[in-house]
Design a binder for this molecule. Structure first.
Ligand code: SAH
Length: 508
């Protein structure tokens, strides 16, 4: 049968796509239904017809799935951030376990039975809400022109107001409301993507879960009075002098934000406020943070402590944990509770005795590197963001770790260069790349260096599987795989694997 847009069909959802849509088939023809839960029987409306499948919208759940739960967030359908909030957490974990396995089979070319042998059960969260230590809220205007903070609706760039995302900490709401109130009172315009005018683009909030310290970074479309770009008046739709900035130009002269002192005074009422900064982003871009950050109150960084355990023998690897300083531009794992489990697993998989030379590629602020250092002879970290490497060096010094050295640059450039020019060596290589995975040149050099073990920490099992295939062809064998759920309610899953060199030609 031919389907067309707006047809209503009844389907039973028998599968889940990697993006979290329910998949229901009629005579083998699949419908991808957003917000449908596996096990539902539902009436759905066809929204887009393709040759081999269609997209459809959930109209009515006829028979609810046993895995269906009441979502806690009223916006879960519009927001799109929590693709599977209507699915029980247990079922979410099973979905993620399958997702990793399917990618290893389909993309990695591993046999399903083999994956079953090497894969351990996914590590779930005790509480899958309020787990994120970082929030990035876009700021815009509603139809009345009032500043709002919230989330982008679906795949659009219009902002739906919601200051309390259930994945984030409760302080987010309080902080955002202070900022919005200040914007309304002093007529501070939100940034408008279409015109490139307005001031406030995003608010970044981070909280150190162990320290309690809070960082707020306002991403603004202006260089401040010290910068060279045109002044605040030209950037903004309204003039500040007229609208309540009683000291005329004075407050603009030495500030990035109208009535900056008043905003700071309000924000510092929040307990454990530690760092307030602005990030300058005057580009017409989807990238949230600008490259420049200026602290306007308090410290440049917040701290957080991570404790890692030897899970095989069940003891803490560091008595007091390792304390990290984190600056606004540095990457830091968003789920600190699960991060401890993730790093513990990565360390187990690295299986160090104290004699090894280890490379930690894509090292961020040196989190994994510094734990590795406690069990290795020497660790080298590589990371592309200069501020993160500054943090990494400071973190090593603050924790009295002397056997970790850090390099700024692309892993795919630093590693080949060091290998070819300096003949560097590795017993173990740990990689933790962003979603796009490792660059070909990086994998190629790893194969030339031929470390005993490779530990790959991945936030995208599809690119992981692609890279593992290349490493297997180069003489490595997949030994262990385990998912760690860092992102409850979403379709994303973190994964750690360990590979061992099993090739015939041993270089060393
Ligand atoms: N291992 C760290 C960081 C992982 S996130 C942790 O657990 O905290 C991935 C990191 O890779 C980010 O810090 C990002 O800035 C960095 N990165 C992205 N592309 C890179 C590249 N080509 N070379 C080196 N680092 C890169």
């Amino acid at each position: 049968m031919e389907y067309k847009k707006n047809d209503i069909v009844t389907v039973t959802i028998g599968d889940i796509s990697s993006e979290g849509e329910g998949i229901g088939k009629i005579n083998g023809y699949p419908f991808f239904v957003k917000d449908a839960v596996i096990g539902d029987t539902a009436r759905v409306r066809v929204t887009k017809v393709k040759k081999n499948y269609s997209f459809a919208r959930l109209e009515e759940v006829v028979t609810p799935s046993p895995y269906r739960v009441e979502p806690v967030c009223a916006y879960h359908k519009q927001c799109g951030g929590c693709q599977i909030q209507a699915m029980s957490y247990e079922r979410q974990l099973a979905f993620k376990q399958d997702k990793i396995k399917n990618n290893l089979v389909r993309i990695g070319g591993f046999a399903p039975e083999f994956v079953d042998c090497v894969m351990e059960p996914i590590v779930g969260m005790d509480n899958p809400f309020r787990y994120r230590n970082k929030a990035q809220y876009p700021v815009g205007c509603d139809k009345e022109g009032t500043p709002v903070a919230g989330f982008y609706a679906g795949r659009t760039h219009s902002i739906i107001a919601n200051t309390d995302c259930y994945l984030g900490v409760e302080e987010n709401k309080e902080i955002l409301e202070i900022i919005l109130k200040h914007m309304k009172k002093y007529h501070v315009p939100a940034y408008d993507e279409n015109t490139g005018k307005g001031l406030v683009r995003h608010v970044l909030i981070r909280k150190g879960f162990t320290s309690g310290e809070i960082m707020v970074c306002l991403v603004i479309n202006w260089r401040g009075s010290r910068g060279k770009a045109s002044g605040f008046k030209e950037q903004c739709a309204v003039t500040v002098e007229e609208k309540g900035c009683s000291r005329g130009n004075k407050c603009v002269q030495d500030a990035y934000f109208p009535m900056q002192e008043k905003l700071i005074a309000a924000l510092t009422q929040i307990s454990r406020m530690t760092s307030i900064s602005v990030s300058i982003n005057t580009e017409n871009t989807n990238v949230i943070m600008g490259k420049e950050v200026h602290t306007i109150w308090g410290d440049d960084r917040i701290t957080d402590t991570i404790h890692v355990r030897d899970t095989l023998h069940d003891f803490a690897l560091t008595e007091k944990g390792i304390t990290f300083s984190i600056s606004p531009l540095s990457f830091y794992q968003v789920n600190p509770v699960q991060t401890e489990k993730l790093y513990s697993l990565a360390l187990d998989y690295a299986d160090l005795t104290g004699k090894e030379t280890v490379w930690d590629l894509y090292c961020g602020i040196g989190t994994i590197s510094l734990f590795l250092a406690g069990k290795a002879k020497q660790v080298y970290g590589v990371e592309i963001v200069p501020q993160a490497i500054e943090d990494a060096k400071q973190n090593a010094a603050n924790n009295n770790i002397t056997n970790a050295q850090f390099f700024v640059g692309k892993a795919e450039e630093v590693l080949p260069e060091k290998y070819e020019k300096e003949g560097i060596f590795a017993d173990v290589i740990v990689v933790d790349p962003p979603r796009k995975g490792c660059d070909g040149a990086c994998l190629e050099t790893m194969l030339k260096m031929q470390p005993e073990r490779i530990v790959y920490v991945s936030c995208d099992s599809a690119t992981l599987a692609r890279d593992l295939k290349i490493l297997c062809e180069g003489g490595y064998e997949l030994k262990k795989v385990r998912g760690v759920d860092q992102f409850g309610m979403t379709v994303h899953v973190e994964c750690v694997i360990m590979m061992q060199y099993c090739g015939k030609e041993k270089k060393k």
